[in-house]
Structure formats: C-alpha cells, structure tokens
Design a protein around this ligand. Structure first.
Ligand SMILES: Cc1cc2nc3c(=O)[nH]c(=O)nc-3n(C[C@H](O)[C@H](O)[C@H](O)COP(=O)(O)OP(=O)(O)OC[C@H]3O[C@@H](n4cnc5c(N)ncnc54)[C@H](O)[C@@H]3O)c2cc1C
Length: 372
C-alpha cells in the first residue's frame, strides 16, 4: 500500500493508523508489527536552505530532482555541505559531469575517523583534481547570488549554481517514540538481537533501529544497507516462528571518491578509547599487486589493536585499487573476536595480479603485533 503514511501505533489495541496521499484516513490491525521507516536526511533549520537549487540526496526522488535541476540549469559549480561518504560520492559524480565542486564542513579534520596521514592523502588527491576542501568552516546561511547561490560562513563565502547538503541522517523513530517504545543510540529504536522492540509484538529493522557492535558489545547506530537487509530477513523469520538472533555490526563500510577507495571496519582509535580499550595503531604502506607486477599501486592500511587483550579492534584502508574487498578479511576477524596475533596466522590468498605474497592486511597485523 504505497501512498499510505503511517502516523500512529496503538500498541494496546494493536493498530496502525495514518492517512493516504489523497487525505483518506486508514487504520489496520496487526498481530505482529515491523517498523522499517528508515532514516531521513538532516536539513539544518537555517536561512536559505529552502532556496531552489539547495537539495539533499536521500531518496530516489531526491536523485531525480537533482538530475532535473542539472538538466534545466547551467550548473558549472556545486557546493557540497558535508564531507561524509555520501557527500564524497556526490563529489565524484559531479566531477565526472565536469562540474566544479567545493566542499565545506565545520570540523577542521577531514575524515576524522581515518588515520591522519591517510585522510591527508585523500584530501590532497581531491585538491589535485580541483576540488575545494574547506574543513573547519561552519555554514551560517545560504543566499541567492545572481542566477546561483552563495554559501556563507563567518570566515568564508563560496558561490555556486547548486548546493547539495550531505550532513548525515537521523533515524525515523518518532512513530515508535510516540507509541512509548524504548529508544537507543541517537534516538534509534532499541531492539534486542531478535529485532524485538520493548514491545514483544513490535519489531524494528533497518536504519530506524539500533544494533549491537561486535567489538564493544554495546548498542550502536550505524545505518548501512547490509544490516538493514539482514535485519528485515531476520524479522520475517522470527515472525514466522524461527528464532533468529543477529550477532551485530562491525561498522564495515567502503566508498570511492575519484581515484580513491576508502574502507573501514571496527573502531577508530578515539572510538576504542571511549569504550575503555587501550588502543595501539600502526599504519603501513603495501602494494595492490606483487611489487614488480605492472600497475602495482600503494595501499595504506592502518590497524588498531588492544594493548590489554591483544584483540583486533579495527582497520582502515586507502588506495586506488584492491581496498574494497580486502577490508572484509579484518571485518570477519572482528566478528570472530580474533586477536592481532591470530590474524597474523591467517592463510590469505596470493597471486601477483592481486597483491603481494603477504597480503597488506597481514603486513599491517605483523607490524602492529610488534607494538602490542
Ligand atoms: C545516497 C545514498 C547512498 C548510500 N550508499 C550506501 C552504500 O554504498 N552502502 C551501504 O551499506 N549503505 C548505503 N546507503 C544506506 C542505505 O541506503 C540504507 O542503509 C538502507 O537503504 C536502509 O534501508 P531501510 O529499509 O532501513 O530504509 P529506507 O530504504 O530509507 O526505507 C524506508 C522506507 O520507509 C518509508 N517510510 C518512512 N516513514 C514512513 C511512514 N511513517 N509511513 C509509511 N512509510 C514510511 C519510506 O518512504 C521508505 O520507503 C546509502 C544511502 C544513501 C542515501
């Protein structure tokens, strides 16, 4: 039933009510309910963010709006507010369309979760391609400027023909909150490992719900597609009488921006410190292929381990190839709660076109082990 906006859950009477696009009210009874309302793009309540040409990219409809705007206007330059993975992917798409890009955000650190030398490599790579990276500038407002727009910070003004806002998402949990369901991290809907909310007949899955982190064991909110998909399947199984419990998430993510593949799994050093670990990190440079093989490029791997337990806590990788799937080795190790020493013993594949004899993640683990 598309075109139906659910507005209220009545857990006592087990009904969901709302209104259709045509304005007709509806009410459905349920035995079991799944809330899978996803997340919504953050749009700051600041002057000018409602001007034509200022857009977010969250839904397919948002994507269509951007395409239409590009078709109907001579967009030579875009300003992107935000530098998260979606903002960076938008940067790649626009540069591919020969549109100049300036990016701006308040935090002075570009990709703060990445080891600083790796973040610097990506930033310099973007700048070398003409992208303006303005980290450390808080946007105050947007104003019309001729046929285009002006993004104004106290110490910087950027002009362009279009503005994309990519500053994150929030879980769509209000309907759950109003129904008295318990909320978790960042107001996501708190669920147990079987995806049950605080009401035994109501499940929640996807971006609107929280998850357990496999490294910390604590609740976390990392809205990504695999977890969303997997949790939906698990709810279906549980509603049908199976007992499916999910282990949790490691925060494994990858994206590409221009020449770079950037990937992470597990905790960064600052996250690990917050959860009481004693993190030690080590960054190495290795090759995407055997050293003498044509086309060999540099892969940077940062691995993080816990000095107290020897446990592997996380890994990050940057390179121009061979990063995206390589991050899955450390990700599986995190699910297995492996120590760095155990990772060093893993038998990873080698052939010259695909990597050095010692996979870059093994070199990273071997070097990290010396520091633990
Ligand atoms: C541009 C972009 C790129 C991304 N790229 C990646 C990627 O490369 N890798 C990755 O892992 N993840 C990526 N993600 C994240 C991924 O898309 C989400 O994690 C995933 O789509 C979440 O699925 P979901 O079903 O929970 O929510 P959604 O896909 O957002 O679906 C929620 C649905 O609920 C409906 N809904 C909401 N409220 C109501 C209501 N009150 N009544 C009725 N219906 C309602 C919405 O209309 C929507 O159809 C990306 C996200 C974006 C925006």
């Amino acid at each position: 039933m598309t075109g139906h906006c659910a507005e209220k859950i009545d857990p006592g009477n087990q009904t969901v009510s709302g209104v259709t696009l045509e304005g007709d009210p509806f009410e459905f009874p349920y035995d079991r309910l799944l809330i899978a309302t996803g997340s919504s793009a953050v749009m700051p309540d600041l002057t000018g963010f409602d001007l034509p040409g200022v857009m977010v990219v969250k839904s397919l409809e948002d994507g269509r709006k951007i395409k239409t705007f590009l078709k109907n206007n001579r967009v030579k330059k875009t300003i992107i507010i935000g530098m998260g993975y979606i903002a960076l992917e938008m940067c790649e798409s626009l540069v591919g369309l020969n549109i100049a890009v300036d990016m701006v955000k308040p935090n002075p650190m570009f990709m703060p979760w990445l080891a600083s030398s790796m973040a610097r490599a990506v930033k310099e790579g973007l700048e070398a391609k003409g992208v303006g990276v303005y980290a450390g500038h808080k946007v105050e407002r947007i104003e019309p400027f001729g046929d285009g727009l002006k993004v104004i910070c106290p110490d910087l003004t950027l002009t362009g023909d279009m503005v994309l806002v990519g500053i994150g998402v929030n879980p769509c949990s209000r309907i759950a909150e109003n129904a008295g369901l318990e909320l978790g991290v960042q107001k996501s809907i708190a669920v147990d490992r079987n995806l049950r909310t605080s009401n035994k007949n109501i499940f929640a899955a996807g971006d609107c719900a929280d998850a357990f982190h496999v490294v910390t064991g604590e609740r976390t909110w990392i809205p990504l597609a695999l977890r969303a998909n997997r949790s939906g399947w698990a709810v279906a199984d549980n509603v049908c009488g199976k007992d499916v419990a999910l282990d949790g998430v490691a925060g494994t993510a990858v994206f590409r921006v221009l020449d770079f593949e950037v990937a992470r799994t597990g905790l960064s050093v600052s996250e690990a410190e917050k959860f009481g670990f004693e993190p030690v990190e080590n960054m190495i440079k290795s090759g995407s292929k055997a050293h003498a093989y044509p086309g060999n490029t540099t892969i940077m791997v940062n691995m993080i381990g816990d000095k107290k337990s020897g446990r592997l806590l996380g890994a990050q990788m940057v390179g121009t190839e061979g990063v995206a799937h390589r991050i899955n080795g450390p990700a599986v190790a995190l699910h297995a709660r492996m120590t760095v020493k155990q990772y060093c013993q893993t038998d990873l594949a080698y052939a010259p076109p695909f990597g050095p004899t010692w996979d870059p993640t093994l070199t990273a683990a071997n070097q990290l082990l010396k520091k633990l």
